[in-house]
Write a protein that binds this ligand. Structure first.
Ligand SMILES: [Mg+2]
Length: 454
């Protein structure tokens, strides 16, 4: 069975492919000040079983379990600059035990997170349901669902300064910061943003988003995803340069949606195996390359070339094609791929005399990768926001999820936006596709506020 889908992915500018899609990024200033240290109440009375061995919380929990709100458990975020630690607690009056803290990928050095399975029959609400009335009723009837203290495992303990231990009455998400424990309310957001010109470009805007993400987005159980034309190495360089103002994402989608990397801690990224397995279906790299060579032989080297090796991978063949030769190239590719029975997605993009031509597996692409990440982490369309600034973001802005065009969008994307009919969105009474007034990352915050997600 053969299947082809020709798509258009306009990119900024009219430059030849060798100059497309890359932007220099300057180094500017410092970002927001580091979070203040947690309140560690040393020497407070502790349960007899309190452990004292140092802990190193270097590993992140499996990503698929980090984002969704707990169905019947407790997720505890702890604001601290401790490198690691644990919750020491008692569930419903039971034996005291330890629950590991994990670092939060997109808020390093700011939050630790523990997931604690609540006792059976303790209720099924979330943070929003942990009202004062419910908490009072539960406290009057039985021991608290969870009584706890926290420690860094190096002799520092955090307990309420008023005495006793911290108490949680109902399942849900809670945040403990500066000695204050409170349920977390608000919708967890899966935010999928382009980098250059959207999340990156103005350091003050990037920093404003980072502050919101670390104060609000993270503790709701949000997931931060960058969907970029940059390679992993190029992204790492950007993050090293801009780490003071740029949030580190939980997930990186790159190479026209053929690569998904999950952050696994200690500066390491791991390619998503589930996505990789999907890309192998119906894909034959050798046959695709041969089809591209056949097209090149047909139109000649003055009209088509293979892009540099760093733009190729096992699931992507990328060429530059002169616009006049494009129809003939597509014709040859489709004929050859059909003969080889290869399911490929042919994506053309760019403006001007030369276009990018990406040959990727049928299931690959920026929007497909976005949707895979969204579903893997259990986010609804109404809480998934794609953000971009140029024509090469059109595909990921065209899905059923919420989508935002920043105020500084390039002319090709603005033109597409103006010609597009507003389609029904997943949030009643709200546009699915929004153009913000604010530029770059501040535009993202504007959109989140519009959708009631800020
Ligand atoms: Mg961009």
């Amino acid at each position: 069975m053969k299947a082809f889908r020709a798509q258009t992915r306009p990119a900024s500018g009219g430059a030849p492919p060798s100059a497309c899609g890359r932007r220099a990024v300057s180094r500017v200033g410092r970002g927001p000040a580091a979070a203040r240290a947690s309140s560690a109440a040393q020497g407070s009375p502790l349960p007899a079983s309190a452990p004292s061995a140092p802990l190193a919380t270097s590993d992140l929990p499996p990503l698929a379990s980090t984002s969704a709100p707990p169905a019947d458990g407790i997720t505890l975020f702890y604001r601290t600059d401790w490198g690691g630690g644990r919750v020491h607690g008692s569930l419903a009056g039971g034996a005291w035990q330890d629950y590991a803290f994990h670092k939060v990928a997109s808020a390093p050095g700011k939050w630790l997170r523990a997931k604690i399975p609540a006792a059976a029959g303790a209720g099924g609400g979330n943070g929003a349901s942990a009202s004062a009335a419910a908490a009072a009723a539960a406290a009057a009837a039985a021991p608290p669902l969870l009584e706890f203290v926290v420690t860094n495992g190096k002799g520092d303990w955090d307990k309420p300064t008023t005495g006793g231990n911290y108490e949680v009455a109902a399942p849900g998400i809670y945040a403990l910061r500066g000695g204050a424990l409170a349920p977390v309310e608000g919708t967890p957001v899966c935010l999928v943003s382009d980098l250059d010109g959207t999340m990156v470009g103005d350091d003050a805007s990037s920093a404003a988003f980072k502050v919101w993400w670390e104060d609000v987005g993270v503790v709701r159980g949000g997931l931060l995803v960058y969907n970029t034309g940059r390679s992993l190495e190029s992204f790492k360089q950007l993050l090293a340069e801009k780490g003071h103002c740029l949030s580190r994402p939980d997930v990186l989608i790159s190479a026209v949606g053929t690569k998904i990397y999950n952050y696994v801690g200690s500066g390491r990224w791991r390619e998503d195996e589930g996505w990789l397995a999907r890309l192998t279906e119906g894909w034959d790299l050798t046959a695709v390359r041969e089809a591209a060579y056949a097209a090149l032989a047909e139109v000649g080297r003055d009209s088509m070339h293979f892009r540099p090796p760093e733009e190729q991978n096992d699931h992507k063949v990328t060429c530059g094609v002169q616009v006049e030769a494009l129809p003939r190239v597509l014709e040859v590719l489709q004929t050859r791929l059909a003969a080889a029975e290869v399911d490929a997605n042919i994506i053309t993009s760019g403006t001007g005399d030369w276009r990018f031509l990406d040959l990727v597996p049928k299931g690959a692409g920026k929007l497909q990768a976005l949707d895979y990440v969204r579903q893997t982490h259990g986010f609804p369309l109404s809480a998934t926001v794609a953000c971009g600034d140029s024509g090469n973001d059109i595909l990921m802005l065209s899905g059923p999820n919420l989508a935002l065009v920043v105020g500084n969008a390039q002319p090709d994307l603005v033109k597409w936006l103006e010609q597009r009919r507003d389609d029904a969105g997943p949030l009643p009474g709200k546009a699915r596709l929004l153009r913000a007034s604010a530029h770059e990352a501040r535009g993202i915050l504007e959109g989140l506020a519009y959708w009631g997600l800020a």
